[in-house]
Design a binder for this molecule. Sequence first.
Ligand code: ZN
Length: 488
Amino acid sequence: MESLNEIINKFVKEYGKAGKVLSERIIELFNQGLTIDMAVTQAIKDTDFFNIIQEQIVNSIKTGIELGIGASITYLPNEIKEPWDASAMHLSTKLHGADIEMRKRIVDALQKAFKVNESVSKIKMALYDGYHSGNAVIRKQKLPNYLSELIKLSRKLDLEDKEKIELLRLERNALRRVKDNKPDTPLRASYNQLIEALEKGQNKHIQNATWVAVQEKSRYVAERIARTESARAYHDGFMAQYADDESVVAFRWRLSSGHPIHDICDLYAGADLYGLGKGIFPKDKIPMLPAHPHCLCHLEPMYKEELEGKKEKDNVEQGGREFIATLTQKQKERLLGVYGSREVKSGVSWTARARNYSNVKLESRLSKGKLKGSILKEIYSDIQNKLDWKKEFKVKCISTVKHFSKKHDIILSDHAVIRFISQKSGKGKRHFSEKELVSIWNRQPNYKESKNRLVKYYEDIAIIYNASDKVVISIVVRKGVKKTWEVI
Ligand SMILES: [Zn+2]
């Protein structure tokens, strides 16, 4: 799905920014003499890294819901934090686990890289001691060993070819001077150049290693959780829309555009498991989505009329087998495993062997009531935040919104509620009562204002509302249809 991908792209961008700050702080602290373990712990604390990343993950999840329901929400509903996958973990536990894993990955990657660094430092010290000790004989005997060790280590530093050649040249130079028994001053200059080149290599090595640790190894953990949880939240929002919609009876499984590997999703999209057609599932029998980590498949609602003449039946085993029969041997093995593929052939149910197949059906964690609750909360906060409204007026607006929602199941936005409260009465004014408003609301929409906005226009009163969440945006008194309205 294009837009779920966009959520992840945004997350990756934000992670990159926070990761850069963290990397710089780790290097700074390491250079101040802290151990890797301490530098990483302190840098995470100093830069507030985990909080920033958690906030970004939660943001991605929230955007996922909004994408699913086609409306904006103010808070992440608590239900979205509830366990849903095989791990049975609450979101906060998952986030905490991710923090631990990210820290470990950073420390591990750096420790590995810094081992090379330490060895280089030791030789650097030996060289330095060499020409300060005054013991020219020992110095010159040991030097070739140090240098050959250095050549080995320098291969592990992230040097460019040009720099490697330069390092090699300096090493040869130093060696030649020892061999030729040249006076100490040029030899010392040679050492100094060598050490300088090594330090440059070390700095670069530390920087690259830190980048890989933070931007690749650790990011993988955060990105996986952002991707999977926001996909799940998307489906929660999407399904909540249709939970009470009786005209939608089934869903068609759609593969995401970038779906490189042949897996369970191909079967879901290609097999006729319920006699309704390929990839079509009755509303209450949709497999768990996302079907596996990084799964970006989505659903398409199917209306009653589209399935006319078809009757739901349990065709799971048969439909699955028919689909599997169309696969190449390699594809079968990817889906069922090498042994599994043989077992299924000899009669074992494909559902017992297919990787990532789940018997758990998709159910939205968001009920309609909860959604309505979060929309109302948003409207209340919009009203509370009006700077130029008097306190008593705000109270009146909020209680009117509450009243309409409770009594008539009509959600008035901040704008619509003023239209109702602040009606001008008097000569030539068209006044509308609560009763009149409700009776218009109970009729069919007859115009479309824009892609997502519908209009119920009767008796010179137009109720304009969002098609997705049914929030009333405005109530307008007018004579005649607006030119921009489209008849429906
Ligand atoms: Zn999938």
